[in-house]
Design a protein around this ligand. Structure first.
Ligand code: FPP
Length: 234
């Protein structure tokens, strides 16, 4: 969700008002995803690197995220949306953790769209954490090094149990991934748009999905192999 700061600067506002406007786009995209039958939507709301922004912006952003989520929670419950948080929650202020925990608990039994909020998250952080856990298990003799495979490694990431993303959308005009789900997006389709996040609507989200639907995902195979594997009516 990039481009909040530039959206605000273009209008002569301070950066925080870009984040406030960005909350509206979060609501629009969650609604569009839910209506389109998307099962998982992961939103990169605050990165590990974002902790290094000016303290006032960090405080405002964390507060905004927690307060907005709490405000949106009844709507999420009504629309059967389940909230999940990935990231180093322990770094957040206690009030924000408590607020997030209330939203997590309230939406826990929803069975529709799962929104994974990446908060205080970075991919390198989670890969290091997973490696540390696996190394400790090996050192303690709980698992053998031979038992380490892609499936075990995936199960030690914050996204354990969540399918890898089919589509990654980055708004704001930059064509890079910036420490987001690096392991998980090995075969994801990437979609970059110049639109700043506060201008991104549900229709833009559906356009990205329509673009995705025209991609051929080969997963290392050839087009011919994919054709051969296609189910037929016969
Ligand atoms: C990146 O734009 C955006 C963020 C660091 C924050 C994203 C957070 C929100 C949109 C609020 C989310 C709220 C909920 C409820 C999940 P930037 O500040 O890096 O923009 P710039 O690249 O233009 O400076």
């Amino acid at each position: 969700m990039d481009g909040n700061g530039r959206w605000a600067k273009k209008r002569g506002f301070d950066r925080s008002s870009g984040h406030v406007a960005g909350v509206e786009s979060v609501r629009k995209v969650i609604t569009a995803a839910s209506e389109a039958g998307v099962r998982y939507l992961t939103l990169y709301a605050f990165s590990t690197e974002n902790w290094n922004r000016p303290q006032a912006e960090v405080d405002a952003l964390i507060h905004l995220i927690a307060v907005s989520l709490e405000k949106e929670t009844p709507g999420m419950v009504t629309n059967n949306v389940r909230l999940n948080v990935i990231g180093d929650m322990a770094r957040l202020p206690r009030e924000s953790i408590e607020s997030l925990e209330r939203s997590l608990a309230a939406t826990a039994s929803s069975t529709g769209l799962q929104v994974n909020l990446a908060l205080s998250y970075s991919s390198r952080w989670e890969i290091v954490e997973a490696t540390r856990r696996i190394a400790a298990d090996v050192a303690a003799g709980r698992i053998s090094p031979d038992a380490i495979d892609e499936s075990l490694f995936s199960s030690c990431l914050t996204t354990a149990g969540i399918p890898d993303p089919d589509l990654l959308i980055r708004t704001g005009g930059d064509s890079r991934v910036s420490n987001f789900l690096l392991w998980q997006i090995a075969y994801s389709e990437l979609y970059f748009t110049p639109i700043y996040w506060p201008d991104f609507t549900g229709d833009h989200f559906l356009q990205a999905i329509a673009d995705y639907q025209h991609r051929e995902r080969r997963f290392g195979l050839t087009s011919e192999q994919l054709e051969d594997d296609k189910p037929t009516d016969k």
